[in-house]
Design a protein around this ligand. Structure first.
Ligand code: SF4
Length: 368
C-alpha cells in the first residue's frame, strides 16, 4: 500500500453527509486524518474502501490537520463533539497517522472539547493512554472499539486488525482505568455470523465493563459485496455465501447500488439482540438502519454516552451545553440552549454556521 502526504484543502471539521430526512446520526465534528478507506487494516467489509471515489491502494495522510484544526477551533463559536474517524482508523499502525492523532487529541484536551475515538486498534488505544495519561480522567472523552465477530470469523471481517481477544482485553483495561467504552459490533454479516457467535460475543463484551453496544447489519455496494464474497471463498466459508447473498438480496447484475437486509428482518433481529444486550446490563442502539424506538430508552444519542456534549464558546473557553448534538431531538426546540434554531434544519450543517459569530481567538498569541 502506497503512503502519500498531502495538505488538506477542505475544512477539517465536517458533519456526517446525510440529509435531514431519515437522518439518525447527531451532528458531529468529523475529522478524517486520511482519505476514505486509507487504512492499513484494509478490512474486507469496509464501506469506505468501496466508495466509487476511494483508492484503497493508497493512504493519503493529511499532514497539516492539527494546524488547520487549531485555526478552525479558534474561529468557531459552537462545536459539536469531535469524532475520529468514520472513514479510516485513527490508530492504525502507521507511525505518522498515530502521531497526528496524538497531536489532535492533545489539542482537543487543551481546548476542553469533547471527542470520541472509533477504532479497532487495541494496541493503538493502549499506546494513546500511555502517551496521554490524563486521558483516563478527561471527562469529555469515550472510546468506541469495534468487535464485529468472534475470533474464528475475523479472518473474513478484519483479518489485519488486532485479534478479537486482544480487543476485548483492551476494553476491560480501559474500563478498569475509568474510561467509558462503547463496543461496536457492526456490521454483523448476516449469513456468516451465527446466533451462537453473537451470543458468545455479547457475553464476552458484557464481562469487559463496556456500557453500550452499537450494532447494524450494514449495507454493501457491488464493490464491497464482491470483496466480502471473495474473502469468504478464500477463507473456507464458501458454503455460507448463498446465505449472505440471500440475506442482503444481492445479485451481481442488479441495477440497485445498495444491498441491505430487509426491513422486516432488521426489525426482528434488532429487537431480539437488544433484549440480549439489555439482559447483560448494557444499553443498545442500532446504527442508522432503524429509528430510535429500536434503541434502549433514555439514551442521550445512539452513541450511548453522555460524555460528549456540544460546546459553546464563553469568552476564551468552551463550555458544555445541555445537549449532545441531536438537534432533531433538541431539548428545547423553540428556545434552543445554543441560541441557533437553524441547526435543527441544517443537515449536514454548513461549516460557515459554526464560524458565523466571530469571537476573540482562543489562541490569541498565535494569530497573525
Ligand atoms: S441546543 Fe438544540 S439546536 Fe442547539 S446544538 Fe443543542 S440540540 Fe442542537
Amino acid at each position: 500500500m502506497e503512503i502519500r502526504f498531502k495538505s488538506r484543502r477542505a475544512p477539517v471539521i465536517h458533519d456526517f453527509p446525510y440529509p435531514r430526512r431519515g437522518r439518525k446520526c447527531p451532528h458531529a465534528s468529523l475529522i478524517s486524518i486520511t482519505n476514505p478507506g486509507g487504512c492499513s487494516y484494509a478490512c474486507p467489509i469496509c464501506y469506505a474502501r468501496a466508495y466509487p471515489w476511494s483508492d484503497p491502494e493508497t493512504i493519503v495522510i493529511y499532514h497539516d490537520i492539527p494546524e488547520r484544526l487549531k485555526a478552525e477551533i479558534e474561529s468557531s463559536w459552537l462545536l459539536f463533539p469531535f469524532y475520529l474517524s468514520q472513514i479510516t482508523d485513527p490508530l492504525q499502525p502507521i507511525d505518522e497517522v498515530r502521531a497526528l492523532t496524538l497531536r489532535i487529541v492533545q489539542l482537543l484536551i487543551d481546548c476542553g472539547l469533547s471527542f470520541r475515538i472509533v477504532t479497532r486498534s487495541s494496541d493503538g488505544l493502549r499506546w494513546l493512554v500511555r502517551m496521554i495519561p490524563d486521558l483516563a480522567s478527561y471527562p469529555y472523552f469515550f472510546v468506541e472499539l469495534t468487535v464485529e465477530s468472534g475470533n474464528e470469523k475475523v479472518v473474513v471481517t478484519s483479518p489485519d486488525a488486532p485479534p478479537i481477544p486482544d480487543r476485548l482485553d483492551a476494553i476491560a483495561q480501559l474500563t478498569g482505568l475509568g474510561i467509558e467504552v462503547v463496543a461496536r459490533i457492526d456490521p454483523i454479516i448476516i449469513g456468516l455470523i451465527d446466533e451462537e457467535d453473537l451470543d458468545s460475543l455479547i457475553g464476552a463484551i458484557g464481562s469487559t465493563g463496556a456500557s453500550h453496544i452499537i450494532s447494524s447489519t450494514g449495507y454493501f455496494n457491488h464493490r464491497s459485496m464482491k470483496r466480502l464474497l471473495m474473502r469468504m471463498r478464500e477463507c473456507g466459508y464458501q458454503d455460507r455465501i448463498h446465505r449472505v447473498v440471500k440475506a442482503y438480496r444481492y445479485h451481481p447484475g442488479a441495477k440497485r447500488r445498495r444491498f441491505t437486509t430487509s426491513l422486516q428482518f432488521r426489525k426482528r433481529f434488532h429487537r431480539e439482540l437488544r433484549a440480549k444486550v439489555e439482559a447483560k446490563g448494557m444499553t443498545y442502539s442500532v446504527c442508522q438502519e432503524l429509528p430510535h424506538e429500536y434503541d434502549s430508552p433514555d439514551l442521550a444519542t445512539c452513541e450511548g454516552s453522555r460524555r460528549n456534549p456540544v460546546q459553546i464558546r464563553i469568552g476564551e473557553r468552551f463550555e458544555p451545553l445541555p445537549c449532545y448534538g441531536d438537534c432533531l431531538c433538541c431539548p428545547r426546540p423553540d428556545d434552543p440552549p445554543c441560541g441557533e434554531p437553524r441547526l435543527q434544519q441544517e443537515y449536514p450543517y454548513r461549516t460557515a454556521t459554526l464560524f458565523r459569530f466571530r469571537q476573540p481567538p482562543l489562541f490569541g498569541e498565535d494569530k497573525n
